[in-house]
Ligand binder design. Structure first.
Ligand SMILES: [Zn+2]
Length: 136
């Protein structure tokens, strides 16, 4: 978490209907049942969830700054590239850069189990990296 930012909240993005308590917030049920949005810190880009109802507010803790999220995404992307590169091409199968298996086999059962496991790990790493990038 950002330690040097005093966090100045501003709101951008959608306001939507209450969907549930905010994880990590001190629960205030009076703030439930109304609307919710995400605050973004003007200084560092950290975000927090807010529930509001009739003047009552429930605010979640500030999350990582934008640069922290960016660093996390970059690390996960590097890990995904490494995971994909660590799966050697076979005569009958290989991975593309997104970790998808390219094969003429009708079923993964025709491929070595350890290779299939490595391919699954690589694809999972790509999905995790994609989610982290989307969260920046
Ligand atoms: Zn901040």
């Amino acid at each position: 978490m950002s330690t040097n930012c005093r966090h100045v909240a501003w709101s951008e993005g959608d306001v939507y209907g209450f969907a549930g308590p905010i994880f990590g917030a001190e629960e205030d049920r009076r703030a439930h049942g109304g609307v919710s949005w995400t605050d973004t810190c003007r200084g560092c880009g950290a975000r927090r969830g807010v529930n509001a109802n009739q003047g009552w507010r429930e605010e979640g803790p500030w999350g990582p700054s934008r640069s922290e999220r960016e660093g996390d995404a970059a690390r996960r992307e590097a890990a995904a590239r490494e995971a994909v590169a660590s799966v050697p091409p076979l005569q009958t199968a290989s991975l593309d850069s997104e970790g998808y298996v390219i094969t003429s086999s009708k079923t993964l059962d025709d491929l070595p189990a350890s290779w299939v496991e490595a391919a699954k790990r690589a694809r999972r790493a790509v999905l995790v990296a994609t989610a982290a990038r989307r969260n920046v």
